[in-house]
Design a protein around this ligand. Structure first.
Ligand SMILES: Nc1ncnc2c1ncn2[C@@H]1O[C@H](COP(=O)(O)OP(=O)(O)OP(=O)(O)O)[C@@H](O)[C@H]1O
Ligand SMILES: CC(C)(CO)[C@@H](O)C(=O)[O-]
Ligand code: BAL
Length: 301
C-alpha cells in the first residue's frame, strides 16, 4: 500500500489552476483582494521562454499572488500576419509558469474576449506613432484594447511587461495613465540568449543558419549605442547599423531609430537618455530589439 506521504505530488509539480472566463478570474482575484493580498498580472501570448519567466519571477517579488494570461490576441495582427501559425503550447506554458511561481493561468478563448457583436476600439497616439506603429499599423490599437480588457478583468495592483517590446511598454504606460486605470506598470530589461539575441517566441521561425546570424542585430545596436552615448550625431551611426545588419543577412529593415527614452519622440543626438530601436526581417521572422543610450555611459539593455 502506498503511504500518503509517498503519493503526495511535490508542490512544484502541482498542475497550475487555469480559468477561462472573466467571472472565474474575478472570483479568484476578488477572494485574494478580500484576504488583503496584492495581485500582479503578467500578460503574454504564450509559447513561453525564459524572458517571460523572468517577468513572472519579478511579479512574484512585487505582489503576493501572480496571474499570467496566455492569449494570442487576434486584434493586434493584420490579416497577412502570423496569427494562425503563432506557436501555441498551453500544456508546456502551464508547467513553466508553475515552476516560476505563478498562481493562476488565465487563458480565455477568442470568443470570451471578443463576444459576438464586439464593437469597441481604442486608438493611442504619442508613443504609438512611428516605429512598429508604422509597419504594423493595427498593432497598438489591438494591444491597447486587449491590455485594457485584461486590466479591467483581472484588476491587478501591478502588471509586468518586457523592455524587449519597449515601444509597447511606453504605449501601455501612456494609455493606463490616460484612461485612469489604477495599475502600476513595471518594465523588465530584455532577457537575452548567451550570444545577445533577445529571447522571443518568434525566434522559433529561424532556421539554424538564420539563428546564427541573428545576434548581429544586437551587436550592431550596442556598438552604435556606445558611439551615440559619446555624443555622435545619429544619422551616420544609424546608417552604419543598417549596413551592418544588411551584411549579416537580414532581408528588409523596417527601421533603425534613435528616440527619447521617455516620450519616444525622434532625436538626432542623445543629449538626454535615449533608446536605440530596430526591427528587421531575418527569413520569416520579424525581429525587434532596442538598447538604452545614456549620454556618457552605455548600459547593455
Ligand atoms: N526576451 C525578453 N525579455 C523580457 N521580456 C520579454 C522578452 N520577450 C518577451 N517579453 C515580454 O513578455 C511579454 C509577452 O510577450 P510575447 O508573449 O509577445 O512574447 P515574445 O517572445 O515577445 O513574442 P513575439 O515573438 O511575439 O514578440 C511582453 O511584455 C514582452 O515584452
Ligand atoms: C501585451 C500582449 C500580451 C498583448 O496581447 C502582447 O502584445 C505581448 O505578448 O507582448
Ligand atoms: N510581442 C509583442 C506583440 C506582437 O508582436 O504582436
Amino acid at each position: 500500500m502506498t503511504s500518503l506521504a509517498a503519493a503526495r505530488v511535490p508542490e512544484s509539480e502541482q498542475p497550475l489552476p487555469v480559468v477561462r472566463s472573466v467571472d472565474d478570474l474575478r472570483a479568484q482575484v476578488s477572494s485574494w483582494h478580500r484576504e488583503g493580498k496584492t495581485v500582479a498580472l503578467v500578460p503574454t501570448m504564450g509559447a513561453l521562454h525564459d524572458g517571460h519567466l523572468a517577468l513572472v519571477r519579478r511579479a512574484r517579488e512585487l505582489a503576493d499572488r501572480v496571474v499570467a494570461s496566455v492569449f494570442v490576441n487576434p486584434t493586434q495582427f493584420a490579416p497577412h500576419e502570423d496569427f494562425d501559425r503563432y506557436p501555441r503550447d498551453e500544456a508546456g506554458d502551464s508547467r513553466k509558469l508553475a515552476s516560476a511561481g505563478c498562481d493562476l493561468l488565465y487563458a480565455p478563448t477568442v470568443r470570451a474576449m471578443y463576444p459576438e457583436g464586439f464593437a469597441t476600439a481604442i486608438s493611442v497616439g504619442g508613443p504609438a506613432e512611428g516605429l512598429c506603429g508604422t509597419f504594423r499599423p493595427q498593432m497598438f490599437g489591438g494591444v491597447a484594447l486587449v491590455v485594457t480588457k485584461l486590466f479591467l478583468q483581472a484588476q491587478p495592483d501591478v502588471a509586468v511587461f518586457g523592455e524587449k517590446d519597449y515601444q509597447q511598454l511606453m504605449v501601455i504606460r501612456r494609455f493606463a495613465r490616460d484612461l485612469d486605470i489604477p495599475v502600476r506598470v513595471e518594465g523588465l530589461p530584455t532577457v537575452r540568449e548567451a550570444d545577445g539575441l533577445a529571447m522571443s517566441s518568434r525566434n522559433a521561425y529561424l532556421s539554424a543558419d538564420e539563428r546564427a546570424r541573428a545576434p548581429e542585430l544586437n551587436r550592431a545596436l550596442l556598438d552604435a549605442a556606445a558611439a551615440l552615448a559619446g555624443g555622435a550625431e545619429a544619422a551616420a551611426v544609424l546608417e552604419a547599423v543598417r549596413a551592418r545588419v544588411s551584411a549579416a543577412g537580414f532581408g528588409s529593415i523596417d527601421y533603425v531609430e534613435l528616440r527619447d527614452a521617455g516620450t519616444l519622440e525622434p532625436v538626432s543626438r542623445a543629449e538626454r537618455p535615449a533608446r536605440l530601436l530596430a526591427a528587421a526581417w531575418m527569413g520569416k521572422a520579424r525581429l525587434i530589439d532596442n538598447v538604452p543610450v545614456i549620454p556618457g555611459a552605455v548600459i547593455p539593455g
